[in-house]
Design a protein around this ligand. Structure first.
Ligand code: UDP
Length: 384
């Protein structure tokens, strides 16, 4: 199931790994969020995914409306396809709606990227993450902090599989396919001489005062380092409403760029300023200093292993941190355990062993069974 931009990067390696088995026959469902908008650059083609088997064609609307529409569409699709399992990725509305529709039909759910927590329940994504993890039978986590979060919430360890990060599978897949220098030339920048910005979280773009201050801070950073800003449609709309003209600054506004272009630009940037989840992870692996314009992250491993730093929304703090990072760009970073390009294969190994017709001794159970949420779960398994 895919809906929003980052879902494709998460689904593509899973789809490929499933297709390579004799036991798993994937059916790709596109919920349609973003499909008709400016953001639907051809991620499907860039990641060499086939056209989705099912398009629900759900458009833009309030979160409640989207959830309701996707649940209805998913129910119909699931009744037609009759899968033994639904795999959902990430933390968007489609993820929650697909998990709910599956649960009501007693179809088990596997959640890829389970266990991440920002502990900020005002974020729609945090609520989606928590609810989907409650509904899931298989919880595939990217990092040890996620295992700990699930354990603290009483989710039995028998359902939790620490497999690494599928987003990095896609990153490793796309890196050898890039023409990074040609891409940078096309965007008029040279490696190490520019920064990259992305903003789309409601807390940053939906409050005119906060957005105005953020743009002011970015403009100040851009006095020292030209910034490329591929704009999410939501950010573009809000900035337009503010009446701010970025042409007066060192910030170059762009439409959202395709995945291969974005990775090429990120790899050559000397700094990234973002509120995205996935970009914090990609910056970690690409060793690009990252300033996260939020007060929290559901991906603390990017601070522990990478060059990510939470700088919040205060302009002075953002500008000071940017100048400091530009003065001393070198950083000791490494890939977190399991961020090795093979996460999807580990997930598929678990699912192939559990597929109907296969006998497994340790298939997770929900409800009855031998595992009870009140049991103290053993530590999650790190699969290699
Ligand atoms: N991305 C992209 N083009 C852009 C901005 C981001 O291809 O203009 C990619 C980026 O490389 C990452 C993903 O989109 O793989 C992150 O998506 P987003 O920030 O929308 O979602 P989040 O990760 O915050 O859920």
């Amino acid at each position: 199931m895919c809906g929003a931009r980052p879902d494709f990067m998460k689904a593509a390696p899973l789809y490929r790994a499933m297709r390579a088995t004799d036991t798993l026959d994937p059916v790709l469902i596109h919920t349609g969020r973003h499909f008709d908008s400016a953001i639907s650059e051809d991620f499907i083609a860039a990641l060499e995914l086939p056209e989705p088997d099912v398009h629900l064609g759900i458009g833009q609307g309030s979160q409640a409306w989207q959830l309701a529409e996707i649940i209805k569409g998913m129910e119909k699709a699931l009744l037609e396809v009759r899968p033994w399992l639904t795999v959902v990725v990430g933390d968007v509305s489609s993820t929650l709606a697909a998990a709910l529709a599956s649960a009501t039909l007693d179809i088990p759910v596997a959640h890829v990227e389970a266990g991440l927590r920002s502990r900020d329940e005002t974020m729609p994504e945090e609520r989606n993450r928590m609810l989907v993890d409650r509904l899931a039978t298989y919880l595939f986590t990217p990092s040890a902090d996620a295992d700990e979060n699930l354990s603290a919430e009483g989710i039995p360890a028998s359902r939790v599989f620490n497999v690494g990060n599928v987003m990095i599978d896609s990153l490793d897949w796309v890196l050898p396919r890039l023409s990074a220098a040609a891409t940078r030339a096309r965007f008029g920048v040279a490696a190490g001489r520019y920064g990259l910005v992305t903003l789309h979280r409601p807390a940053n773009v939906d409050h005119p005062g906060a957005l105005r201050r953020l743009i002011g801070a970015l403009a100040e950073v851009a006095d020292d380092l030209p910034l490329l800003f591929p704009m999410h449609p939501r950010a573009r709309r809000r900035i337009h409403e503010l009446g701010v003209d970025l042409d007066d600054t060192g910030i170059k506004a762009l439409p959202p760029v395709g995945y291969t272009d974005f990775v090429a630009l990120l790899a050559g940037a000397s700094l990234v300023l973002t509120d995205s989840g996935g970009i914090q992870e990609e910056a970690t692996v690409l060793r690009v200093p990252c300033l996260t314009l939020r007060d929290n992250t559901e991906r603390p491993v990017t601070i522990l292993y990478g060059g990510n730093e939470l700088v919040g929304r205060d302009p002075e703090r953002i500008v000071t941190a940017a100048r400091r990072r530009l003065r001393a760009p070198s950083m000791e970073t490494g890939r977190p355990p399991g961020w090795d390009g093979r996460a999807a294969q580990r997930i598929v190994d678990v699912l192939a062993a559990a597929a109907p017709g296969t006998t497994v001794e340790t298939a997770p159970t929900r409800g009855g069974g031998t595992h009870d949420a009140s049991d103290r779960p053993p530590p999650a398994r790190m699969l290699r």
